[in-house]
Unconditional design. Structure first.
Length: 489
């Protein structure tokens, strides 16, 4: 085993910020004479990052050998690294960013809240922004969802939804308890044990299977590679028959169904056909199974409506929100449910029907202040309405990709798209995983000033909703060139 000697520390124990290179200090405007030291400081940060930071979803051996980019600031649709290079943010900072970076109104809302208080617990106390936000969320989410339970990220929002659904049935039935869940093929609901149990992306969860609970699995309509080997023209959404068969046989055991409405994101930007969600909803009602809508990725305008459920007029029993909730500013999540479910948790203290769950930062005032500012911007800026022409333009820009022979499928909804690359279009044969085609396209994009992340060989485009038309054109133009270059060589 090779052992690299550690890089020199940026500053030694006992040193203060004053001993940092001038260019690393806050508010430094990097005049010419500091250029060199800025480059030096940047190199040091890159080395320290490799030495100390373990990155998520990352093969660190590869990371240690690659040119790592360290982001220092942002502005609108751009990220700016420690060398001053600018990149279009094609992942909306992992599907979170809504109105762009350093949005004046959100910055101000957080600063104003900071001047009052940054954190206080919701365990035994209320706090001001968490109340206003809950009221606003109850108003804007699908009908019936009025009870807001806060947490910190998508995984915990899902974890809470699963626990609520389970406990609801435990406390409302004497016998025939419903203790299992039905989820969809290829689903992604987070990285904690409960959310992994309902998830099905093998490379993420397979190793943990022995520790996970078993869920029923219904086929998600991945029409390009139909799980039932049908052709879209004559399938009549056959997936739904499989789903109904599971419910028919097992509904007495099933507490809830969890679905990513309209768009299964991490599965590879799989868009579901119109009417699928609506039908899933009717079947869950028919068989007395709760519906959990995981709108962690789809919420807050991503699919072209504030929530994906709206497009099929669906009100789930529980909705999970995170990513876009704070507009991509702070870790904040919410699980929102109905009064009916809430009431199953009411009782005398010693009946122990309470929902014994809560995270330290639950309902964090700064996060809530950011989320309130986010919702105000949606309202005032008529964001959803004004997004519609941009979504049309996006669809048009994606059409062009059909000219590239390696493009097998183009999936698009709202401001999200996935371009699935294949080695043979006729047979839909994927590239060998070792070729890492998706990864190479994204690395090429980086050289051209665009940050994107693939899902396998699906190139994902998820810009901030606020992306300007010219920026969107530039983004798709870069991706087109990168796919062309990587797949045609
Ligand atoms: C990202 C995501 C999650 C997990 O959210 P984290 O904040 O990463 O824990 C859950 N569900 C869906 C649909 C997601 O896209």
């Amino acid at each position: 085993m090779k052992r690299k000697s550690p890089p020199p520390p940026l500053f030694q124990r006992g040193e203060s910020e004053s001993s940092l290179p001038a260019s690393l200090k806050r508010g430094n405007s990097t005049p010419t004479r500091h250029r060199l030291s800025k480059a030096g400081a940047s190199a040091k940060l890159r080395a320290l990052d490799k030495e100390f930071v373990w990155h998520p979803f990352t093969q660190m051996r590869e990371w240690e050998t690659m040119e790592n980019v360290i982001i220092e600031s942002g502005e609108g649709s751009y990220l700016i690294d420690t060398d001053g290079r600018r990149y279009l943010d094609g992942t909306a900072s992992l599907w979170t960013n809504v109105h762009g970076h350093r949005k004046k109104e959100i910055d101000a809302a957080i600063k104003a809240q900071m001047d009052r208080i940054s954190h206080t617990t919701l365990l035994g106390l209320g706090n001001v922004p968490s109340i206003e936000l809950a009221g606003r969320l109850a108003t804007v989410t699908p009908a019936g969802l009025t009870k807001v339970f806060y947490s910190d990220d998508g995984s915990t929002a899902v974890e809470i939804a699963l626990k609520l659904a389970f406990q609801y049935h435990e406390q409302t039935r004497k016998a025939n308890r419903k203790r299992r869940f039905v989820a969809f093929t290829g689903a992604y609901h987070g990285d904690t044990f409960g959310s992994m149990s309902v998830g099905e992306i093998d490379i993420f969860v397979k190793k943990y299977r022995p520790l996970l609970f078993k869920a029923f699995r219904a086929p998600y309509p991945y029409c390009y590679r139909c799980p039932l080997d049908k052709e879209p023209k004559d399938c009549a959404m056959a997936c739904l028959y499989s789903f109904e068969a599971i419910l028919k046989k097992n509904h007495r055991e099933i507490a809830a169904c969890i679905i990513e409405p309209l768009l299964a994101g991490a599965a590879g930007m799989i868009t579901s056909p119109k009417g699928f969600l609506k039908e899933v909803r009717s079947l869950t009602l028919k068989y007395d199974v709760l519906l959990i809508a995981d709108e962690v990725a789809t919420g807050f305008g991503r699919t072209g409506s504030l929530f994906a459920c709206e497009q099929e007029n669906v009100s789930p029993d529980i909705i999970c929100l995170a990513k876009g909730l704070s507009a991509g500013y702070l870790p904040l999540a919410a699980t929102i449910t109905t009064r009916k479910i809430y009431e199953a948790f009411l009782g005398e203290y010693t009946e122990y029907k309470s929902f014994f769950h809560g995270h330290t930062y639950t309902g964090n005032p700064l996060g809530c202040a950011a989320a309130i500012a986010n919702l105000k911007l949606f309202e005032k800026g008529r964001v959803i309405e004004r997004l519609q022409p941009k979504i049309k333009l996006f669809a048009g820009l994606l059409e062009r990709f059909k000219d590239l022979p390696a493009v097998g499928d183009i999936r698009h909804i709202g401001m999200a798209a996935g371009i699935e690359l294949v080695s043979d279009r006729a047979t839909k044969k994927p590239f060998a995983p070792a070729m890492r085609i998706g990864h190479r396209v994204c690395m090429e994009a980086r050289k051209r000033g665009l940050i994107i992340r693939p899902l396998g060989d699906t190139v994902v485009i998820m810009p901030p909703l606020s992306i300007k038309v010219a920026e969107l054109k530039k983004m798709t133009g870069i991706i087109y060139k990168c796919i062309e270059q990587v797949t045609e060589n």
